[in-house]
Ligand binder design. Structure first.
Ligand code: GLA
Length: 735
């Protein structure tokens, strides 16, 4: 299985339109249901006219009056990519200092071209330049027809004689006009990622950003929803979804200006990131991923899930296996027998992949027995594992499981042979002592030697056994006191951008030589969850918080953008190691089965009854797995709305199968009960509903019965239950 990539088709038609050939071009960037419209004003400005639902009829934009609308009241329409200069006083998408010291840039339309990249994917490139200063800016828009996604990036090229100073180069700018704007964004910290906030934006600037470099998404995520004229609803209303595909510092600004317009600028954070381009050099931004729906945020999620699965995820057609990860079950305290016993148990209970987590490497004084030593020394700990990784991997394969292993290749403990051998490879700000977080430092990925080391680490770890088919790639701290011994003193501000580009170069090389290996994206949980990194990976570790009640919220927010098939979701022990909360095994399974199911516990600690439940639940998961992993998500009850219920459904693409989940998140009293309408079914078909993962009495009155689709979608279903930790999973099949 290989990664799906976009390969420009040489045979595809290419249209090239120049300003001379056609005056005032109208540029329509269209998907099946949406479009973005830009025109060229008489003064040469590229005007952003529209992004929203696709128009059915011919457009009036060819006439000047409409072309230069919407006017902002100050006599000019919003530019498609506002550079600081002229009348631009909002936060600009571009801010340059030219080689003669001038701080202003006026961009004018030069040309655009349209290329068919794939049957359903069209690329529009628009070139602008400044008539006074020789800088070119190319805006690239890729329109994905059936997913209704448009990605945008920008490439700046310095053609001036001297050095060009780039103070800010965003990926995207979007002007919108409505009566009110509601932003859904996310905050958090370790084990509390993706905490949802929805707020009405007010005049002024709201920004969502990261300055951590690594772990850029631990405290906020570069994905958001912007709803017009009211809070985002599930199935109604105009909602934009945006996500920056960048695994470093980012900044999203939402500026409501004096005209009531919302100006959205998104891209790499300009914080301490001044970038210098010599003559002939270019800088390309990451993609901003956009989607729009006039039918609420549910459709926004489905668009993004489809786009990620079709274009931005490794092995999108492969069912993700059920995993047992050793971390919470063994931590670093294991020997060979601990692991082979876990593998034996995993095989008996139905697990398909065993992952050996942290603690298997480093020797002697640098053995990785705690987090104080060993990172960087990626040799097998011969005391713990005398027969090496190959013995364990073969043991797994012999028992019918695949085998995976944990690495954290960007990091180094001061107590390691690597730190002693290559102090110049470690991030450092001048003469300042390096700060430690989790007893570790960060390798300087701006340095090609470090990039080579990481690629070699990956190769060497895979070479430990031909039976390793999965890597968990972790990154457990963020950048403090940035600086690089590799970069010249007048280029230290290139650190943030070059680190992330270095990381992507490493990912590219690894994927080139190891296209088949599964890779999990992990950073102390969900601290590196963005569409830039995700495309190299098969899945992500959502959070180190495995407490089911917390996971309902974390997964719900995560799955607003990122699909369930990539959402690693593990059943752990009770009381939970992070929160101390106790929850029934059924509840823990019912929550984990809504993503990519796994276990994060010592199986031998399960009692007989729990063992049987777990085995049965894993078998059930395998039945519903294609619906969860490849189906459409419909949210029914929102865990954020205060009702104390969370509920959602997945529906298979052919509409014939669905799986329904409901979780009680508080005690609801004796007299209230859960009722909801189902979604995504065919009103004219009949469906059999079977409750799975039953523990004790059934919670659905109609277990095993057949219901008409229109009944289920209009009257709906009710459930027997409302205590803390009640939960229900229903398998719905067309008959
Ligand atoms: C991070 C990860 C965990 C585990 C530990 C190992 O915290 O998120 O899942 O791998 O590191 O040290």
């Amino acid at each position: 299985m290989t990664l799906k990539r976009i390969i420009p088709l040489a045979l595809a038609a290419s249209v090239f339109i120049t300003a001379e050939a056609k005056e005032n071009p109208l540029i329509r960037i269209s998907t099946d249901g949406t479009e973005m419209i830009m025109t060229v004003a008489d003064n040469g400005n590229l005007v952003h006219n529209y992004y929203g639902k696709k128009f059915k009829n011919a457009l009036p934009y060819q006439t000047k009056k409409y072309r230069e609308q919407p006017d902002n009241g100050a006599g000019f329409a919003p530019q498609a990519f506002p550079a600081y200069g002229g009348y631009v006083t909002i936060s600009p998408a571009l801010k340059l200092v030219h080689s003669d010291g001038s701080h202003t840039t006026h961009l004018k339309y030069v040309s655009h071209s349209v290329t068919q990249l794939q049957d359903d994917v069209t690329r529009t490139e628009i070139t602008l330049n400044d008539p006074l200063y020789d800088v070119d800016l190319t805006l690239t828009f890729d329109a994905y027809g059936k997913e209704n996604v448009i990605t945008q990036s920008a490439t700046l090229t310095n053609k001036e004689e001297g050095r060009l100073t780039v103070e800010n180069l965003a990926s995207t700018y979007l002007p919108l006009h409505a009566d009110s704007y509601y932003l859904t964004h996310f905050h958090g910290v370790w084990a509390t990622e993706m905490q949802l906030v929805e707020e009405q934006l007010q005049p002024g600037i709201k920004s969502v950003e990261s300055k951590r470099g690594v772990q850029a998404t631990q405290t906020a995520n570069p994905a958001f929803l912007l709803s017009l004229n009211g809070p985002a609803r599930e199935d109604h209303g105009d909602v934009y979804g945006g996500a920056l595909a960048w695994s470093g510092n980012y900044k999203l600004t939402f500026e409501q200006d004096e005209c009531g317009r919302m100006n959205v600028v998104g891209g790499i954070n300009d914080f301490a990131s001044t970038y210098y381009l010599d003559n002939g050099q270019s800088l390309t931004t990451p993609d901003m991923v956009w989607t729009f729906s006039d039918k609420g945020r549910g459709q926004v999620s489905r668009n993004l899930h489809d786009w990620i699965r079709n274009h931005s995820l490794a092995h999108p057609d492969m069912e993700r296996p059920v995993v047992l990860n050793s971390w919470e079950g063994a931590y670093m305290n294991f020997d060979e027998k601990t692991i082979t016993d876990m593998i034996d148990d995993a095989a008996k209970i139905g697990v398909e992949m065993f992952v050996l987590d942290d603690g298997w490497f480093g020797n002697g004084e640098y053995a990785r027995n705690t987090d104080h030593a060993g990172l960087g020394d990626w040799q097998v700990n011969t005391e713990k594992l005398p027969r090496g990784i190959d013995y364990l991997a073969k043991h797994a394969v012999k028992n019918g499981l695949k085998f995976g292993i944990w690495i954290e290749p960007e990091m180094v403990n001061p107590k390691s042979r690597l730190a002693e051998a290559h102090p110049e490879w470690i991030v450092k700000s001048g003469d300042r002592d390096r700060l430690q977080i989790r007893q570790q430092w960060i390798l300087d990925l701006t340095n090609p030697e470090v990039q080579d080391f990481i690629v070699k680490t990956f190769d060497d770890v895979l070479a430990l056994s031909s039976d390793i088919s999965y890597i968990k790639w972790d990154a457990n701290r963020f950048v403090t006191d940035f600086g690089s011994e590799h970069l010249p003193s007048d280029r230290q501000s290139h650190f943030w951008i070059d680190y992330t580009k270095g990381l992507y170069s490493v990912y590219d090389r690894i994927r080139e030589s190891h296209p088949d290996v599964m890779i999990q994206l992990c950073s102390s949980g969900g601290a590196r969850l963005d569409m830039g990194a995700l495309k190299y990976h098969d899945e992500f570790w959502t959070s180190d918080n495995t407490n089911s009640l917390d996971r309902i919220r974390i997964q719900n927010s995560t799955n607003l953008f990122y699909p369930a098939m990539a959402t690693a979701s593990h059943v752990s022990t009770s009381p939970n190691h992070q929160t101390g909360m106790m929850a029934p095994l059924k509840y823990r399974f019912d929550v984990a089965m809504s993503g990519r199911l796994g276990l994060e516990l010592q199986p031998k600690h399960l009692n007989e009854k729990e063992w049987e439940f777990a085995k049965n639940a894993i078998a059930n998961y395998k039945k519903i797995r294609p619906i969860v992993q490849f189906g459409d998500l419909y949210r029914l009850k929102n865990p954020e709305d205060g009702s104390g219920w969370a509920s959602h459904q997945y529906v298979s693409k052919d509409g014939k199968q669905s799986v329904f989940f409901a979780y009680s998140m508080k005690y609801h009293g004796r007299t209230t009960f859960f009722q909801t309408r189902l979604k995504g079914l065919d009103p004219d078909k009949q469906y059999r509903i079977t409750e799975i993962n039953k523990a004790g009495w059934p919670s659905f009155y109609g277990d095993g019965q057949v219901f008409p689709g229109d009944y289920l979608m209009n009257e709906g279903i009710s459930l027997n239950g409302g205590n803390n930790f009640d939960s229900t999973v229903l398998h719905i099949e067309e008959i």
